[in-house]
Design a protein around this ligand. Structure first.
Ligand code: AMP
Length: 208
């Protein structure tokens, strides 16, 4: 579990590779079907494009289909599901979690990671920067690699991120408590380098 920009996708892929089991992201499942020409895909797209949660019956059906595939028989790293106590309760008989990992990143860090993003709009370059975290451009507002003036995503404003944080906490905090009560929650400090976060996960899960 972890908010957008927490490194959840990166870490779950690394852990899946380490354990040699599939990484299953419900967000990626939605992305892979949303532009298809089927009634189900059209429904998914409607929610996905607005950045809101796809209804439980749809997302659970899509996930169940994927979990039936043979590569899942030794377990999976699930990324992005469940997103609410409701989803956890509905699926508690089909999903038996050994551990739930929560990547902790402060709201301030999330704001910096998201609003600090800059990119080089030169199509031959497309370098990515972050003015608060890293990599910072050497000269303010200018691409290190090609000298083009850096651009920022107009849709990621402070207000939008604050709103996302509010929504995330409302959905996610009760879920953290839910898994804490079950004794299977492991919290990980997400404010470290990718490799350090990965090592903390390996150590806390006591896997080699
Ligand atoms: P993500 O890549 O995890 O940020 O997910 C992208 C989008 O996929 C979300 O904004 C939702 O529209 C959809 N989605 C992913 N996981 C879920 C879920 N567990 N429940 C409902 N919708 C989801």
């Amino acid at each position: 579990m972890g908010i957008r920009s927490s490194g959840k996708g990166t870490q779950s892929k690394l852990l899946a590779k380490h354990l040699k089991i599939p990484h299953i992201s419900t967000g990626e499942i939605c992305r892979s079907i949303k532009d298809k020409d089927t009634p189900l895909a059209k429904k998914v797209k409607k929610y996905y494009d607005k950045g809101i949660l796809v209804p439980n019956n749809i997302i659970i059906e899509l996930l169940e289909e994927r979990l039936k595939e043979s590569d899942c028989k030794n377990g999976v790293i699930l990324d992005g599901f469940p997103r609410s106590v409701d989803q956890a309760e509905i699926t508690k008989d089909i999903l038996k979690f050994d551990q739930v990992l929560a990547l902790k990143v402060s709201d301030e860090e999330v704001l910096n990671r998201l609003t600090g993003r800059r990119y080089c709009p030169n199509p031959k370059c497309e370098a990515i920067y972050n003015i608060y975290t890293s990599p910072k451009p050497k000269k303010e507002g200018v691409c290190d690699k090609c000298g083009t003036k850096l651009a920022e995503r107009k849709d990621i404003t402070r207000e939008v991120v604050m709103e996302n944080l509010k929504r995330y906490h409302a959905e996610n905090d009760p879920l953290l408590e839910y898994y804490k009560d079950k004794g299977i929650l492991t919290e990980i400090n997400g404010e470290q380098t990718i490799e350090e976060v990965h090592q903390e996960i390996i150590e806390k899960l006591k896997i080699k």
